[in-house]
Write a protein that binds this ligand. Structure first.
Ligand SMILES: Cc1cc2nc3c(=O)[nH]c(=O)nc-3n(C[C@H](O)[C@H](O)[C@H](O)COP(=O)(O)OP(=O)(O)OC[C@H]3O[C@@H](n4cnc5c(N)ncnc54)[C@H](O)[C@@H]3O)c2cc1C
Ligand code: FES
Ligand code: FES
Length: 1781
C-alpha cells in the first residue's frame, strides 16, 4: 500500500506525541487521561451523550494551507483517527500560571461552575463556537465581542450536560461573547454591580479579542503533515486507504488472510450506542478516500459521499448554491438540514458520518433520523461489495439482509424535487409539500426520537378541493427494525381529493402500518404520534374550515387554498413558535455588608481552575507506579445463589490480574462496604446475591478499560433452587412482613385527631392512590477511589465521597485494621446529590481491600452503566390517602398509608418518614395521621437523593389539593391559599422548629411571587389561549414549600501561617455547593474582628484544604443542606479562639506602633509563641438544630396535545435565604436544584426490568434536563429576610429545598392536561375524561399524551371537527372571553366619532360657501385642519410609548365634543352671520378638530393594533362610515329644510347637534364600555405583560392593577425602535401616504370648485361627496372577499401608484365629461380609497410585541395624515390651473 506511515503522530495543546503502537480501540480520551498531563477531558458517560470529554480537533489541509477546527467527543474518537491532527483541551486555552482565558474567567465570574466536572467540556464547546463564528460573514462586532450570536452561543452548549447549575449562568457566560447580546440581559456576576452603566459593564468583562486566538494547529505539525502519509500501521492494525482501489485491495486481502473481524470506521460515534467490547483484527478508516468525502450537487439533486459528516451535510444543504441549483432546494433541503440539526449534538455531528448512520440503521436497526428523511425523498445509495458497485434505492437497501462487514456504502443521493410542477395547463395549479417531524424528550438536546416522520406530497387544486397526485410518507425510530414507507396509506391517498373522511380512513391505515415491534416501550404512544403527524400534515388541506363555514369546494378560490397551504404548518398545531432555548432570565439578590465579606456574591472558590482543567478530582490524581484498576462484577438476578464466576474466554481476560470477592476479606476483617449509623452493610454478596446490581466480585486489571471489559465478559452461574421468590414490589413486602425498622427517635409525630377531622368534613376522598418512581443522581463524575497501601499496614484512600469519616471506619473494619491505620482524603467531588454518601463507600472499600490484598495501589472509576445500576437512587413509593374537606376547600383531616420501597439495605431509608412528614406539613391539614412503612425488597438499597422524601411529600400534598379542588370544582390555587398555615397552625405542626412569627415569611413570599409573576393576569391570558388553541394547551400553577432543615455537629480547624495566610479544614465536603467559598468568607469575617490593618482583604489569604479523616476527625456527612452553615460556624468558632489569643498581643503592639498590620501581628504572634492553630466542634444548641425554609414558585407550561411535549414557558421563584452567606452561591443552588427537580417531575425515568435490574442505564435512555428543557423565562428572587437569631449569621439553607418547587411545573402540566381533557370531552369523547386523574412522575411525553388521549385526533375527527367554531383566520373563536363582536361594534362607533366632526364640516361646505363665498372655505378649512392634525400626530407618535392611551383617547373625544358644540354655539351666537371674525372662529374649532383627530386616530389605531385585525377594520370602517352618515344626514336635512325659511341654516344646526351627540356617545363608549369587554381586557393585559405601559390606566379602569415593579421589569425589555419599525414597514407607510395624497388632492376641494355647474345644481357636490363616502365605506369591506384582497407588498405599492392615473381622469372629465361620468369616477375614487386602506392596514405584519404594534399603528396613521396633508396642499393646484386663485 502506498504511503505507509507506521507511527501515529499528533499534537495536544501544542505538544507533539508520537505513538508507535497502540490498541486501535483506544479512544482519544483514554490516551489523554492515562498518557498525558491533560486531565481536563473527563469521562462522564462514554456514550457521546454528556459533553464532559469534548475537545477541539484541528485538521490541516496542506493543499489549501487551511486549518479546520471542530469539536469532537474524545470518548468516542479513536486515537488512531487523530493521526496528523492537533487536539486542544481547555488547558490549552489558559491556566492559573500564565493567565486564564476569558472563557475560563467569564464562566467563573458568571458563577457558572459548581462542581466543575462539566466545565472543561463546556469551555471547549464555547471556544469552538467562538472560532467558528469568526469564519462567518456576520458583521464585525464591537471590541470585546465575537461574531457569535446569542442563539448560536446557547446552541453551542446544547449537547453539554450539567447537573449542578441549571444552565442559566452557563448560558449567560456564553452569551457574554455574543455580538448581539444586550449586556443588561446578562445575569448576576462578579464583574459589575447593579446600576453600572452599560459601557462600564462591557469594560469590566474579561477582555476578549478574537484576534488573540490560540494556535490550534502547531507549525511543526504542518511541516510534518506535508511529508506525512496516512496511517497504515500493522502494529496498530489501522489502515487508511486513499482510494477505492486500495480499499478493495484491503478488503480482498482480509478475505485472503481469513481475517474475520474487520471494522470499517469513520467517526466511531456508533460505538456510543453499541458500546462494543469486541476486539477487531483490522480497522479501516474510510476518511482518506476522496470519493467518499465529497458533496456533489447538480440539478438532479445532491450526493453525499458516505464519510461526509452530518455537520458538513447540514452546511451543504443550507448553502445558497445548492438551494438555488437544485429545484426544491429551499423547500426540501433546508428542512432536511433543520431536522439534522436536532440529531445528537454539535460535537457528535462533527464526526458522525451520513454513511455510518445509514449503515447502523440498516445493519443494526438503529433508530435513525437520516434514514427516515431520505426515505421520504426516494433517495438511493451506492454500495461496494467486493469489486461490484451497485446503486439501489434506500428502500431496497433496508429490505436487504444486514450489510456484510466487507461491503462498503459509498454514497447516498437525494434527488431534486420540483416545488411547482410546470406540467399541465395551469402551471401554478400544482404544489409540492415537504415536512419533517420528530418527537423526542429534549427538542435539540441530544435525544433519540420516539418516532420521526418525513412527508412529501404533490398536490393540485381541483374544483372540489385538494387533489393528492402523489404522496410519500416515511416513518421511523418507532420500534420497527427500519424506517418504513407507509405504502398503504400512500395508496389510499393518491388520486384522492382530501376530505375529513379520506383523512379519517388514512389515519386508520397509518395506525395499522406504524406498529412497533413487540417489546417496544410506549408502543401505542408511538403509533398515536404517527397519526398526529399525518393529521398535522394534511388536516388543513382536508378543508374542515371550509366544510364548517358552509362554503362548498366549488366556491373555493385559489387564494383560500393557498392560505391553507401557507398555514399548513402554521395552524394552531404549531402556530406559536416557542423558543427552543432560554429566552430571558432575571435574578434578584440582595447582599448585606453587615458581616462583610460574608454576604458578598463572591466567585466560587476554584471556579477558574475548574474551567481551565487544573482542578484535581480523584481520577485526575496520577496513578502511582504499579497501579491496578478495578471494576465490579454485579448480579443481574434479584435473589440467587452464586455458584461461580467464569469468563467467556475461559481464562482471565487480557490484562486481568485478579478477581476478588468476599472470600478475600482478610482474617480479622469483615465483609462490610458501607455504614449507616450504626449498621454496616456488606461489601460483596456472599453466596447469595440479594438484588440485581449487588456486588459479587471485583476484577483487577492493568488498565481501567481492561477491567471494565473483563467485568462485562464475566459469566455468573446462578442457582435459584429452593430459594423463596424475591420481593420486588412493596405489596409483596407487606404480605411477607419484610420491613426495615425505623428507630423510635426518627418517628415523626402525628397532628390532631384524624377521625374528628373527618367528622368535621363536608366531603371526603377515600383511599385515593398515588405512585412515585425513582431518580438517579447523575452526578457528572461517577463513583471513584484510589487506594494506596502505606507502610505499617496503613491505607491511604482518595475518595470522591460525601462522608469520608464513614468510609474510614468501614475500610478499617473490612480490612481488620485499627482506624488510625486508615486515612481517607477528599478534596473535591464532581457532584454528589446524596449519591456519594453511603454509595461511595463500597467503591473506596473495594479499592482498599484489593490494595490491601495485592499490596499494590488500586483505583476505580465506575463506568456510567455500572454506576447507574448500583446507585440505588431516590425511593419509589406507593401512597394511599383519605382526606376530608369542607365545601370551601379547607382540609380538615388527612391520613396517608405510604409504602416506601427501600430496597435491600437500610442506608438512609430510616430518615424517610421524618423527612416526608416534615415536607407534607407545609399545609394545614387540620389533623394529620400516617402509617409509613419501609419495605425491604430485593432491589438495590435506595438512598438519600437531594431532598429525600421531601420532594415526594411535596408532590403528594399538591396532588391531594389538586384532587380536592377538582371534586369541589374550585380553583386549585384558592384551595392552596386557603390551606396555607397561619403562624399558630404552623407552630402546631412544626413545634420548636417554627421560630418567631416574624420568621414565618411564606405568606409574604406567596403574595410576592404572585405579583412578580403577574399571576392573575396570566391566568386570564392562559384561559384565552386555551380557548383559541386546539392542539396547544397552557397551564399555570403556584406552589409553596416549607422545608424543615436540621443542623448537625461539624468540626473545624483554622491555622494561621507565618506569612499571615490562613488554612482551614472543615468537616463539610466541597461538592460544588460553594461550601468552601462560604467558609472562606466567614473565616475572613471572623478573623477581621481583630481589627488590624489589612484585614479587609483577608478573604484572599484564606485557603480551605481537602478533608483528611486523620487530620480532622468527626467530619460526619455532608448532606441535608446545612453542612455549609455548620462548617462556617465551626470555622468561626476557631477564629474566635484565635482572635481571643491574638488580642493581647495586638493591644500591646498597637500601644507600641499605633496601628498594627495583619502580617506584622501574625509574625509577632509566631515569634511570641501564640498558638495559631485552633480547632472546634460545632454542636448546635437545641434551639438552633431545626428550622424552616420557605419559598414559592409559579410555573407556566405549554403542552402539545398531539405529541405530549411539555415546554416550560416561565418559572418565577421567590426563596427565603435568610441573610445569605453568599447570594451568588445560593442563587446557583436554587436554580440548580429547581432544574434537578424539573428532571424528577418531567423527564427522568429510572426504570428496572422485571428482576429489578436498572435498564435506563446510560445517556441514551436516561434524560436529565439540558439547556433546551429549562424554563424559557427563568426568574429567581433570593429573599433576604433579615435577622434570624438562631441561625449561623442569620443565614438559611439553599441546597435542597428549592428542588421541591419544581412541583409547580408538574402541577402546571396537569392544569394544561385538564384543559385538553375538557376539550376532548366537548368533542364527545365518551371515556373517562374526568377532571380527577393522576399524572405520572415524571410527566414524560408518553404519560402526558396518554392523559390527553392517544386517540385525540380520531376523537376530533369524530366530533370536534364539526363542532369547532372557527373564525375568519381559522382560529376557534374565544368561547370564554366573549365580546369580540361587541368590541367590533364599539370600534365602529369610535371610528365614526373620529371623523364625524370633520366630515360634518365637509358636508356643510355648501352652507359655509354661502356664508364666506370668497374665502374658499372647503380648501382653507382643510388647510387649517391638516397641519394641526399632522403636527400633533408627529408629537404624539414620537412620545407614543409613554402616553397613557386612556387619557389620550378620552381627551381626543372630549375636544371633538366641545369643538362641535362650539361650532353650534358660534353659529347660534352670531346668528349665522359671515364675516372674517366668525370665519376665524370656525378656523379655531377646525384646528381643535385636527388636534383631537391626532389624539384619537393614532391612539385608537395603536391600541387596536395589538388586538384583532377585525377591530382595526371596524374602526376604519366607522371612520369612513362617518362620511357616508354625514352625507346621508346632510341630504335629509337639506331636503327637509332647504325650502323653508333660512332652511339651509336650520338643517345645519340640526346636523351639528346630531354630530355633537355622536361625540358624546364616543366618550361614553370609550370610558365605560370598551375597556370592560373581556376580549379587550385580555389583549390589554397581554400588552401589559409584553411591556406596554400605555394600557395601565385602561386596565386599572377595568379593575386590573399592574404592579409598578412589574412595569419596571417589563420596560427592561428591548423593543424595536420607531426607526426600526419604520425601516421594516416603510412600504406600508408609503402606501397609505400615496392613497391619501391622491384622494385628498381631489376630494373635496376639487369636487366643490372644479366640477362646474350641472343639472343637479346645488345638489351636485353634495351628491358627489355622498357617492364618495358611500363607496369609500363599501371599499372598507371589500377586502373581506379574499379574491380581491391585495396582500402582496409589491402589489399594494403598485396599486397605490396606479391610482394617480385618476388625476388626468378627473381633470378631463371635469372639463369634457358629463355628471354621470363624474359620479362614476368619484365612486371609484372612494371605493379604491377604502379598499386599499384596509388592505394595507390588515396586511401589516402582526408578529410584533404589543408596544411595537402600538408604535407601528401610530406611525401608519402619521403617514396617512401626512398623505392627507400633502393632498390638501396639492388641492390648490387645481385652482391655480383654473385661474381662480
Ligand atoms: C450521542 C449520540 C446521539 C445520536 N443521536 C442520533 C439521532 O438523534 N438521530 C440519528 O439519526 N442518529 C443519531 N446518532 C447516530 C449518529 O448519527 C451515528 O452514530 C453516526 O452517524 C455514525 O457515523 P460514524 O461515522 O461515527 O460511524 P461509525 O461509528 O464509524 O460506524 C458505524 C457503523 O457503520 C459502519 N460503517 C460506517 N461507515 C460505513 C460505510 N461507509 N460502509 C460500510 N459500513 C460503514 C461501521 O463499521 C460501524 O459498524 C447519535 C449518535 C450519538 C453518539
Ligand atoms: S464522556 Fe464523552 S460525551 Fe460523555
Ligand atoms: S458544575 Fe456542571 S456538572 Fe457540576
Amino acid at each position: 500500500m502506498e504511503g505507509k506511515q507506521e507511527c501515529l503522530v499528533f499534537a495536544v495543546n501544542g505538544e507533539k506525541f508520537e505513538v508507535p503502537n497502540v490498541d486501535p480501540s483506544t479512544t482519544l480520551l483514554q490516551f489523554l487521561r492515562s498518557h498525558t498531563r491533560f486531565k481536563s477531558v473527563k469521562l462522564g458517560c462514554g456514550d457521546g451523550g454528556c459533553g464532559a470529554c469534548v475537545v477541539l480537533l484541528s485538521k490541516y489541509d496542506p493543499v489549501l494551507d487551511q486549518v479546520e477546527d471542530y469539536t469532537v467527543s474524545s470518548c468516542l474518537t479513536l486515537l488512531c483517527s487523530v493521526n496528523g491532527c492537533s487536539v486542544t483541551t481547555t488547558e490549552g486555552l489558559g491556566n492559573s500560571k500564565d493567565g486564564f482565558h476569558p472563557i475560563h474567567q467569564r464562566l467563573a465570574g458568571f458563577h457558572a461552575s459548581q462542581c466543575g466536572f462539566c466545565t472543561p467540556g463546556i469551555c471547549m464547546s464555547i471556544y469552538s463556537a467562538l472560532i467558528s463564528a469568526e469564519r462567518t460573514p456576520h458583521p464585525e462586532p464591537l471590541p470585546g465581542f465575537s461574531r457569535l450570536t446569542v442563539s448560536e452561543a446557547e446552541k453551542a452548549i446544547a449537547g453539554n450536560l450539567c447537573r449542578c447549575t441549571g444552565y442559566r449562568p452557563i448560558a449567560d457566560a456564553c452569551k457574554s461573547f455574543a455580538a448581539d447580546v444586550d449586556i443588561e440581559d446578562l445575569g448576576i456576576n462578579s464583574f459589575w454591580r447593579k446600576g453600572d452603566a452599560k459601557e462600564v459593564k462591557v469594560s469590566r468583562l474579561p477582555s476578549y479579542n478574537p484576534e488573540d486566538h490560540i494556535c490550534t494547529y502547531p507549525e511543526f505539525l504542518k511541516d510534518e503533515h506535508r511529508s506525512v502519509m496516512h496511517l497504515n500501521s500493522i502494529s496498530c492494525s489501522w489502515y487508511s486507504p486513499a482510494s477505492i482501489e486500495e480499499l478493495e485491495n484491503l478488503l480482498q486481502s482480509s478475505v485472503a488472510e481469513n481475517c474475520t473481524r474487520i471494522k470499517v470506521v469513520v467517526g466511531n460515534t456508533g460505538n456510543g450506542y453499541y458500546n462494543e467490547i469486541l476486539q477487531y483484527d483490522k480497522y479501516i478508516d474510510l476518511r482518506y478516500i476522496p470519493e467518499l468525502s465529497v458533496v456533489r450537487r447538480d440539478n438532479s439533486g445532491i450526493e453525499f459521499g458516505a464519510t461526509v459528516s452530518i455537520s458538513k451535510a447540514i452546511f451543504s444543504l443550507n448553502e445558497e448554491t445548492i438551494v438555488n441549483l437544485c429545484p426544491g432546494g429551499e423547500l426540501i433541503f433546508k428542512k432536511v438540514a433543520d431536522h439534522m440539526e436536532k440529531i445528537a449534538s454539535g460535537f457528535i455531528r462533527n464526526s458522525a458520518s451520513i454513511g455510518g448512520n445509514l449503515v447502523m440503521a440498516q445493519r443494526n436497526y438503529f433508530p435513525s433520523d437520516i434514514a427516515t428523511l431520505l426515505l421520504a425523498l426516494s433517495s438511493s445509495v451506492s454500495i461496494l461489495t467486493g469489486c461490484k458497485r451497485e446503486k439501489i434505492t434506500l428502500e431496497q437497501f433496508f429490505s436487504r439482509p444486514p450489510l456484510d462487514p466487507r461491503s462498503v456504502l459509498l454514497s447516498v443521493h437525494i434527488p431534486s424535487w420540483e416545488p411547482i410542477e410546470s406540467a399541465g395547463t395551469n402551471e401554478s395549479n400544482h404544489r409540492l409539500l415537504f415536512e419533517t417531524y420528530r418527537a423526542a424528550p429534549r427538542p435539540i438536546g441530544n435525544a433519540l426520537p420516539y418516532l420521526n416522520a418525513a412527508f412529501l406530497a404533490k398536490i393540485s387544486y381541483h374544483k372540489n378541493g385538494v387533489l393528492v397526485n402523489n404522496i410519500q410518507l416515511a416513518f421511523g425510530a418507532y420500534g420497527a427494525k427500519h424506517s418504513i414507507r407507509a405504502r398503504k396509506v400512500e395508496e389510499h391517498l393518491t388520486g384522492k381529493i382530501l376530505s375529513l373522511g379520506i383523512l379519517d380512513e388514512a389515519i386508520k391505515i397509518v395506525k395499522d402500518s406504524v406498529i412497533p415491534d413487540d417489546g417496544t416501550t410506549f408502543a401505542a404512544y408511538r403509533s398515536s404520534l404517527a397519526v398526529g403527524y399525518l393529521f398535522t400534515f394534511l388536516f388543513n388541506l382536508a378543508g374542515p374550515d371550509y366544510a364548517i363555514s358552509g362554503v362548498s369546494f366549488d366556491e373555493l378560490d385559489r387564494n383560500l387554498l393557498d392560505k391553507a397551504l401557507e398555514s399548513k404548518n402554521d395552524n394552531d398545531i404549531s402556530q406559536i413558535v416557542i423558543p427552543t432555548l432560554l429566552s430571558s432570565a432575571k435574578q434578584v439578590v440582595e447582599s448585606s455588608r453587615e458581616y462583610y465579606p460574608v454576604g458578598e456574591p463572591m466567585i466560587k472558590f476554584g471556579a477558574a481552575i475548574q474551567a481551565s482543567g487544573e482542578a484535581v478530582y480523584v481520577d485526575d490524581i496520577p496513578s502511582p507506579p504499579n497501579c491496578l484498576h478495578g471494576a465490579f462484577i454485579y448480579s443481574t438476578k434479584p435473589l440467587a445463589r452464586v455458584k461461580g464466576i467464569s469468563f467467556k474466554s475461559n481464562s482471565l481476560p487480557k490484562g486481568v490480574t485478579a478477581v476478588i470477592s468476599f472470600k478475600d476479606i482478610p482474617k480479622g476483617g469483615e465483609n462490610v462496604g458501607s455504614k449507616t449509623n450504626p449498621v454496616f452493610e456488606p461489601l460483596f454478596a456472599d453466596d447469595l446475591t440479594r438484588y440485581a446490581g449487588d456486588r459479587i466480585a471485583f476484577v483487577l486489571a492493568e488498565t481501567q478499560k481492561s477491567a471494565d471489559v473483563a467485568a462485562k465478559l464475566a459469566v455468573v452461574d446462578y442457582d435459584t433452587q429452593s430459594l423463596d421468590p424475591p420481593i420486588l414490589i412493596v405489596e409483596e413486602a407487606v404480605e411477607r412482613s419484610s420491613f426495615i425498622e425505623v428507630p423510635s427517635n426518627l418517628h415523626p409525630a402525628k397532628v390532631g385527631n384524624f377521625l374528628k377531622g373527618m367528622a368535621e368534613a363536608d366531603h371526603s376522598i377515600l383511599s385515593a392512590k398515588i405512585e412515585l418512581g425513582s431518580q438517579y443522581y447523575f452526578y457528572m463524575e461517577t463513583q471513584t477511589a484510589l487506594a494506596i497501601p502505606d507502610e505499617d499496614n496503613c491505607m491511604v484512600v482518595y475518595s470522591s465521597i460525601q462522608c469520608p469519616e464513614f468510609a474510614h471506619s468501614v475500610i478499617a473494619r473490612c480490612l481488620g485494621i485499627p482506624e488510625h491505620n486508615v486515612r481517607v482524603i477528599t478534596r473535591r467531588v464532581g457532584g454528589g446529590f446524596g449519591g456519594k454518601a453511603s454509595k461511595a463507600s463500597p467503591v473506596a472499600t473495594a479499592c482498599a481491600l484489593a490494595a490491601h490484598c495485592l499490596r499494590r495501589p488500586v483505583r476505580m472509576y465506575l463506568d456510567r452503566k455500572t454506576d447507574m445500576i448500583m446507585a440505588g437512587g431516590r425511593h419509589p413509593m406507593k401512597i394511599t390517602y383519605s382526606v376530608g374537606f369542607k365545601s370551601n376547600g379547607k382540609i380538615t383531616a388527612l391520613h396517608l398509608d405510604i409504602l416506601i420501597n427501600a430496597g435491600q439495605t437500610i442506608d438512609a431509608s430510616i430518615i424517610m418518614p421524618r423527612n416526608m412528614v416534615g415536607a407534607l406539613k407545609k399545609y394545614d391539614w387540620g389533623a394529620l395521621s400516617f402509617d409509613i412503612k419501609l419495605c425491604k425488597t430485593n432491589h438495590c438499597g435506595k438512598t438519600a437523593m437531594r431532598a429525600p422524601g421531601e420532594v415526594q411529600a411535596s408532590f403528594i400534598a399538591e396532588s391531594i389539593l389538586e384532587n380536592v379542588a377538582s371534586v369541589l370544582s374550585l380553583d386549585v390555587d384558592s384551595v392552596r391559599t386557603q390551606n396555607l398555615h397561619t403562624y399558630e397552625s404552623l407552630k402546631l405542626f412544626y413545634g420548636s422548629a417554627t421560630g418567631d412569627s416574624i420568621e414565618y415569611t411564606l405568606p409574604t413570599i406567596w403574595d410576592k411571587v404572585a405579583r412578580s409573576s403577574i399571576f392573575a393576569q396570566r391566568i386570564a391570558m392562559i384561559e384565552h389561549f386555551n380557548s383559541c388553541n386546539r392542539w396547544r394547551k397552557r397551564g399555570i400553577s403556584r406552589a409553596p414549600i416549607v422545608y424543615e432543615a436540621t443542623v448537625r455537629p461539624t468540626p473545624g480547624k483554622v491555622s494561621i501561617l507565618w506569612d499571615g495566610s490562613i488554612v482551614v479544614e472543615v468537616g463539610g465536603i466541597e461538592l460544588g455547593q460553594g461550601l468552601w467559598t462560604k467558609v472562606k468568607q466567614v473565616t475572613a469575617y471572623a478573623l477581621s474582628k481583630i481589627q488590624c490593618d489589612g484585614t479587609e482583604d483577608l478573604v484572599e489569604k484564606v485557603r480551605i484544604v481537602q478533608s483528611d479523616t486523620l487530620s480532622l476527625v468527626q467530619g460526619g456527612i455532608t448532606a441535608g443542606s446545612t453542612t455549609s452553615e455548620a462548617s462556617c460556624e465551626a470555622a468561626r468558632l476557631c477564629c474566635n479562639f484565635l482572635v481571643e489569643r491574638l488580642a493581647p498581643l495586638k493591644k500591646k503592639l498597637q500601644e507600641q506602633m499605633g496601628s498594627v498590620a495583619w502580617d506584622v501581628l501574625i509574625l509577632q504572634a509566631h515569634k511570641h509563641s501564640v498558638n495559631l492553630a485552633a480547632s472546634s466542634y460545632y454542636v448546635p444548641e437545641p434551639s438552633s438544630r431545626g428550622y424552616l425554609n420557605y419559598g414559592a414558585a409559579v410555573s407556566e407550561v405549554e403542552l402539545n396535545v398531539l405529541t405530549g411535549e411539555t415546554t416550560i414557558l416561565r418559572a418565577d421563584i421567590v426563596y427565603d435565604c435568610g441573610k445569605s452567606l453568599n447570594p451568588a452561591v445560593d442563587l446557583g443552588q436554587i436554580e440548580g436544584s429547581f432544574i434537578q427537580g424539573v428532571g424528577f417531575f418531567m423527564l427522568e425515568e429510572y426504570l428496572t426490568n422485571a428482576d429489578g435490574l436498572v435498564v435506563t442505564d446510560n445517556t441514551w435512555t436516561y434524560k436529565i434536563p439540558t439547556i433546551d428543557t429549562i424554563p424559557k423565562q427563568f426568574n429567581v428572587e433570593v429573599l433576604n429576610s433579615g435577622h434570624h437569631k438562631n441561625r449561623v449569621l442569620s443565614s438559611k439553607a439553599s441546597g435542597e429545598p428549592p428542588l421541591l418547587l419544581a412541583v409547580s411545573v408538574h402541577c402546571a402540566t396537569r392544569a394544561a392536561i385538564k384543559e385538553a381533557r375538557k376539550q376532548r370531552k366537548s368533542w364527545g369523547a365518551s371515556d373517562e375524561t374526568n377532571s380527577i386523574f393522576e399524572l405520572e412522575v415524571p410527566a414524560t411525553m408518553p404519560a402526558v399524551k396518554k392523559l390527553c388521549g392517544l386517540d385525540t385526533v380520531e376523537c376530533f375527527n369524530r366530533g370536534g371537527a364539526t363542532m369547532t367554531n372557527l373564525d375568519s383566520d381559522g382560529v376557534p373563536s374565544p368561547s370564554k372571553l366573549e365580546g369580540k363582536y361587541k368590541a367590533m361594534v364599539v370600534c365602529w362607533f369610535l371610528g365614526l366619532g373620529t371623523h364625524v366632526s370633520w366630515n360634518s364640516m365637509m358636508t356643510i361646505g355648501d352652507y359655509y360657501y354661502n356664508l364666506f363665498p370668497s374665502y374658499h372655505p372647503e380648501r382653507v378649512l382643510t388647510l387649517v385642519y391638516q397641519p394641526f392634525a399632522l403636527g400633533t400626530m408627529l408629537i404624539l407618535s414620537y412620545n407614543e410609548a409613554k402616553i397613557d392611551t386612556r387619557k389620550r383617547n378620552l381627551m381626543g373625544y372630549i375636544i371633538f365634543f366641545l369643538s362641535t358644540l362650539g361650532l353650534l354655539v358660534l353659529d347660534l351666537g352670531s346668528s349665522g352671520k359671515g364675516g372674517v371674525g366668525n370665519y376665524i372662529g370656525i378656523c379655531i374649532f377646525v384646528a381643535a378638530f385636527g388636534v383631537a383627530n391626532a389624539h384619537v386616530q393614532g391612539g385608537m389605531a395603536g391600541d387596536l393594533s395589538f388586538m384583532r385585525p377585525e377591530f382595526v377594520q371596524s374602526f376604519f370602517a366607522g371612520m369612513t362610515a362617518s362620511g357616508a352618515l354625514t352625507s346621508g344626514l346632510r341630504m335629509m336635512t337639506k331636503a327637509a329644510f332647504d325650502k323653508s325659511n333660512n332652511g339651509l341654516r336650520k338643517g345645519v344646526m340640526l346636523f351639528l347637534a346630531i354630530s355633537t351627540f355622536f361625540q358624546f356617545l364616543c366618550i361614553f363608549l370609550y370610558a365605560f364600555i370598551f375597556g370592560q369587554l373581556p376580549i379587550v381586557k385580555y389583549y390589554r393585559t397581554k400588552a401589559a405583560s409584553e411591556g406596554s405601559i400605555t394600557v395601565f390606566a385602561d386596565l386599572a379602569a377595568a379593575g386590573i392593577h399592574i404592579e409598578e415593579t412589574t412595569s419596571n421589569d417589563i420596560s427592561k425589555h428591548k423593543w424595536l425602535s420607531n426607526k426600526h419599525l419604520l425601516y421594516q414597514n416603510l412600504d406600508y407607510g408609503l402606501d397609505l401616504y400615496l392613497i391619501y395624497v391622491l384622494t385628498l388632492s381631489i376630494f373635496p376641494g376639487f369636487l366643490f370648485e372644479n366640477t362646474g355647474s350641472h343639472q343637479l345644481g346645488s345638489w351636485y357636490p353634495v351628491v358627489l361627496i355622498a357617492m364618495y363616502n358611500m363607496l369609500d365605506l363599501i371599499g372598507q369591506y371589500t377586502p373581506l372577499i379574499n379574491s380581491i384582497k391585495l396582500e402582496s407588498r409589491k402589489g399594494l405599492l403598485i396599486a397605490s401608484l396606479l391610482r394617480f392615473l385618476l388625476i388626468p381622469a378627473f381633470y378631463f372629465t371635469a372639463k369634457y365629461g358629463d355628471q354621470g361620468w363624474m359620479i362614476l369616477l368619484v365612486s371609484f375614487l372612494g371605493l379604491t380609497n377604502g379598499h386599499l386602506t384596509i388592505c394595507v392596514l390588515t396586511a401589516v405584519p402582526k408578529g410584533y410585541k404589543a408596544p411595537e404594534q402600538n408604535a407601528l399603528g401610530n406611525l401608519l396613521v402619521l403617514f396617512l395624515l401626512g398623505g392627507v396633508f400633502s393632498g390638501v396642499a396639492l388641492d390648490w393646484l387645481w385652482i391655480i390651473g383654473n385661474g381662480k386663485f
